[in-house]
Ligand binder design. Structure first.
Ligand code: ADP
Length: 553
């Protein structure tokens, strides 16, 4: 801009300078011509009056040099000329100034001599005798004048140019300075030309619009961040060049990445082949789902291409931890296999006995013995199925979650009553210590938990052993301890007894009826009530299981 103003100013100065010189020269030229004509006229008047007094002899006394004086008779014949021989001069009647003098008393004309580069001014005056007195003087022509003026003009122009160059530069800088000092954020501040007011108004309006749009964008960004930050699923957006544009913390945590690399390349997030393949598929426009391994965990990634028509703009990755889901699925598969296996044993037994009976090979008292066997196996199957159903219900969350106040003490007494017969058979006695202990719970589940614990305490006890149940109120919980004087659990098995179908000594299963599901039901049932289960056991001495039931608020 400075250059432009500078150039324009410079051109204006130059043009003005040139025009001034031309006009000045023209005016000067006209002025001098007029003065010269005036002088010729004055001299002509002197000569006229001298001629009238002294006659033609006066002309002879004219000093040499000076203006050219010519006297022309009324017939056009040159009578006198102080610069040429009159006899050699032609008829002058056709000269412009002569014609004018004859017509109007005086006449002026100017003629240029191309060869001399000079201009001659002629002044003619009609004398009283009809002759015409003509005076002429040479004046420099315009071109000669210009030629003569060229040097001073160049000098003046050079000075003017230098001066105008400096001034134009200063001027342009001064013009531009206030424009440069405009603060685009606050255009109203500072010293500004009134001509710029519309522009500044536009700038202000634009600033306002940009400000509003920025606020909206920031708000959207905040919302987006809030949503993605609190998502447990990982979320990531990348462009078509596999460069990460946006992501949440969860995806870094899920993929076990601490920081993004400098180039934010997507493929540095996970080096496994399936991840790369999914990304490639999305770049090709195809959605894909894969389970990848990251830091020992199973992460399911869903990679979607972002398409607008046929044009790919990038891709979106959703990641979630499916480790427990997969473990759970595995457990369910194992559970189904175990249930089938556990059912197969009593069924095979029943089927075998039935086959022998069909052939009529069992007779008399044996019938009672084998019927009892069938009954035991059927009972075992029933309890297995019951436990399986109960556990499935707990897994699915299908149990009635309606909580009501239940008394642990009453439930304990009831369980002891139910187990009375079995306990008596092996000489085991109950000792129940405590008083009313109300909790908020799902009645049948709490009963099942208490029953299973006391059942185990009886089952895995020694003859004439003891089962003691104590209920004590603590600050936030009701502590229930079920201890026995039984066979105990070896140290290496203690962590596994809550697993489904886990039984410490498989050889036991023949003698002690059990499904291996009891403690699983205890674990899930307690968890449903937010209760904690601890187990403590010493082989040969006994086992103590403690359940900490939350007290109602
Ligand atoms: P089960 O139906 O076989 O009793 P549980 O899940 O209730 O199944 O128990 C798992 C295993 O833990 C049992 O098979 C048994 O070996 C052991 N166990 C449970 N409770 C006791 C206890 N009070 N004393 C000794 N061993 C126990």
């Amino acid at each position: 801009m400075i250059r432009r103003i500078y150039r324009s100013t410079f051109i204006v100065v130059l043009t003005t300078l040139f025009l001034c010189v031309v006009l000045f020269a023209g005016t000067l030229y006209g002025y001098f011509e007029n003065r010269m004509f005036g002088m010729l006229e004055q001299s002509a008047s002197y000569i006229e009056s001298a001629l009238e007094n002294q006659g033609l002899s006066y002309l002879e006394s004219l000093p040499p040099g000076g203006d050219r004086v010519t006297l022309i008779s009324s017939a056009g014949i040159v009578l006198y000329d102080n610069y040429a021989d009159p006899a050699s001069m032609e008829d002058h009647s056709d000269r412009e100034e002569i014609i004018l003098a004859r017509e109007q008393g005086q006449g002026r004309s100017a003629r240029e001599s191309a060869t001399l580069g000079q201009k001659t001014l002629y002044y003619a005056k009609l004398l009283s005798d009809g002759s015409v007195l003509r005076l002429s003087a040479a004046q420099q022509s315009v071109s000669a004048l210009v030629k003569g003026m060229i040097r001073p003009m160049i000098l003046i122009a050079a000075i003017a140019l230098g001066l105008s160059a400096v001034l134009a530069l200063k001027l342009s800088e001064r013009i531009v300075e206030p424009i440069n000092s405009i603060d685009p954020e606050h255009p109203e501040k500072g010293e500004i030309y009134p001509e710029l007011t519309p522009l500044l108004k536009k700038l202000r309006d634009q600033n306002k619009t940009i400000g509003t749009q920025m606020d909206q964008l920031k708000q959207k960004q905040r919302e987006f961040e809030m949503i993605t930050r609190h998502m447990s699923e990982g979320f990531l957006v990348a462009d078509a060049n596999r460069k990460i544009l946006s992501y949440n913390q969860s995806i870094l945590e899920l993929l076990g990445v601490e920081h993004l690399t400098q180039d934010r390349s997507l493929l540095t997030l996970n080096r496994c082949e399936s991840f790369r393949k999914s990304v490639d598929l999305a770049i090709g426009g195809t959605r894909s789902t894969e389970v990848i391994n990251a830091g020992g965990r199973n992460i399911r990634i869903v990679v979607d291409p972002v398409l607008e028509g046929d044009v790919l703009h990038g891709l979106v990755i959703l990641a979630m931890d499916v480790t427990s889901q997969m473990e759970w699925e595995q457990l369910r598969r194992e559970f189904a296999a175990n249930v089938s296996h556990e059912l197969k044993t009593p069924l095979t037994s029943i089927s075998g006995i039935a086959e022998i009976m069909k052939d009529g090979m069992i007779k008399g008292d044996d019938v009672v013995h084998f019927a009892g066997h069938i009954h035991r196996e059927a009972e075992r199957m029933i309890s297995l199925i019951r436990d399986t159903i109960r556990l499935s219900q707990l897994d699915e969350g299908a149990v009635d979650r309606e909580r009501q106040e239940v008394d642990l003490y009453q439930i304990t007494l009831e369980a002891a009553r139910q187990l009375e017969e079995a306990a008596q058979r092996s000489g085991v006695t109950f000792e129940i210590d405590g008083g009313p202990s109300p909790i908020l719970g799902v009645g049948p589940i709490v009963e099942e938990v208490v029953y299973n614990l006391m059942d185990n305490a009886v089952k895995y006890n020694v003859p004439d052993g003891k089962v003691s149940v104590t209920l004590s109120e603590k600050e936030k919980v009701i502590e229930m301890c079920v201890s026995d004087t039984g066979i105990g659990i070896p140290k290496e098995d203690i962590d596994r007894v809550f697993e489904r179908f886990y039984r410490v000594d498989k050889s036991h299963s023949g003698t002690v009826a059990g499904t291996g599901l009891g403690l699983s039901i205890v674990k899930h049932g307690a968890a449903l009530h937010g209760a904690e289960v601890r187990i403590d056991s010493k082989p040969g001495q006994g086992t103590r299981v403690t359940v900490l039931w939350p007290r109602p608020e």
